[in-house]
Design a protein around this ligand. Structure first.
Ligand code: CTP
Length: 401
């Protein structure tokens, strides 16, 4: 069956790229319907978009003929995916608040289909706290994002993050969401990045994890069709396309967000969770005073991998942990499987430049044996691991004998 995409074009200069996006989507065999906001029609015409899709373009919530013909409810339901490109600050704000006073926003409120947004706006609008808030709300609601990218703006001399992702990038993200890959229908959790543990309102304990490996694994699982929740500590990385990101800071928040993602088929714990946190985070900033150096009393954080690995009805079918080792990698990793109760450990030797670097060299240790993978890009490690996970989950008794 060919896939049906509803493309909502918002009002921004990037709308001209959406015409190319229509072509790119049609090249994949998808059937494309187009909704344009009033503002979008200032940038490109319904005639141009209509000529590319080969049918009328929908523009008006209150046009009797349009509503009788197809109507916003049918537009919202008769598709497999909705893409909003460009997703303007205004459209994001409306969707975050459930407003529905035009066709585009009414369709977004009326749909139960996956939604992919490709934001495009001036960098100052993108970094404004209101847009940040709306982005977090929409991400938590399950809306997927692609971009925005960094680069030159349409305004002369301005640069920063705010350019719409390229049509081919949006197409690829859409294909991932529409994929009938081997993990279709499977629910996956990935934890990534560091955690930060407050000492006082301005200071914290943390580590050097960049989140790259975890983000790449989340993206690879999504590419195989899994429904992925990425619980992430603070990183500088954009959420991978087709992935629901939940942003957290502390280990305890990471545990709560991970448990909220249950039930799961697979959980891959890549985060560098801080093992300890200050027993009591001070309410006020610690001051230098005559009492000398402050002592920071530490207490142990919950172990997320061990907690989710506990036997029981809710245990994910396949629990995968990571181990950062500097010596006797395999031996230590095996001990970790036993200690944490997980099924697999991906062990990496972090004595070199792995943390924050682009490449990784790992051993995959399961109850059945060890695979030693050559050094490769973190994305390649991610794709290989996702393929192993797909093979295990589609076998009879995943991760178990
Ligand atoms: N982990 C976790 N929660 C913690 C600590 C670790 O979920 N509080 C997970 C990590 O995400 C990773 C694995 O457990 O999947 C790593 O275990 P850890 O015991 O921290 O091992 P190392 O980082 O390898 O460190 P160490 O050798 O000091 O135990």
């Amino acid at each position: 069956m060919s896939k049906r995409v509803l493309l909502i074009i918002g009002g921004g200069i990037a709308a001209y790229k959406s015409l190319d996006l229509i072509r790119r989507l049609k090249e994949t065999g998808a059937a494309v319907r187009v909704v344009m906001t009033d503002a979008a029609q200032r940038f490109v015409t319904p005639l141009a978009a209509g000529a590319l899709v080969g049918e009328r373009v929908f523009t008006d919530l209150f046009d009797q003929a349009q509503e009788f013909d197809v109507g916003h409810i049918r537009l919202a339901r008769e598709c497999d995916l909705i893409i909003v490109a460009p997703a303007t600050a205004d459209l994001m704000a409306k969707a975050a608040h459930g407003l529905a006073n035009d066709l585009a926003s009414a369709v977004l409120l009326a749909t139960d289909k996956p939604v992919l947004m490709a934001p495009a706006m001036n960098p100052l609008m993108w970094s404004h706290t209101a847009t940040r808030r709306n982005f977090e709300t929409l991400s938590a609601d399950g809306i997927r994002f692609i971009g925005p990218n960094a680069g030159e703006m349409a305004e002369r001399g301005e640069a920063g993050v705010g350019r719409m992702a390229e049509p081919t990038e949006i197409r690829d993200a859409a294909l991932a969401l529409l994929s009938d890959g081997p993990l279709k229908g499977k629910r996956a959790l990935v934890t990534a990045g560091p955690t930060i543990e407050a000492i006082d309102p301005v200071r914290f304990l943390s580590n050097r994890s960049s989140g790259k490996q975890g983000y790449a694994i989340a993206a690879a699982l999504a590419e195989l069709g899994a429904e992925v929740t990425l619980v992430s500590g603070p990183t500088n990385l954009p959420a991978p396309a087709g992935v629901k990101r939940v942003s957290v800071e502390s280990a305890r928040e990471m545990l709560a967000a991970s448990e909220a993602a249950l039930p799961l088929d697979v959980a891959v714990m890549v985060a560098a969770v801080a093992d300890w946190r200050p027993k009591q985070a001070a309410d006020e900033k610690l001051k230098k005073d005559k009492t000398g150096l402050p002592a920071i009393d530490l207490t142990e954080n919950p172990d997320i991998l061990a907690t989710l690995s506990k036997p029981g009805k809710k245990r994910p079918k396949l629990m995968v942990g990571f181990a950062a080792e500097t010596e006797n990698v395999e031996e230590h990793a095996r001990a970790k499987i036993a200690k944490k109760g997980c099924d697999w450990i991906v062990a990496n030797d972090v004595s070199g430049d792995v943390m924050g670097g682009a490449e990784n060299q790992v051993l995959l240790i399961t109850k059945d044996g060890v695979q030693s993978w050559p050094r490769m890009a973190k994305e390649a490690v991610a794709r290989k691991l996702a393929a192993e996970i797909a093979a295990a989950l589609t076998a009879k008794a995943p991760g178990r004998k």
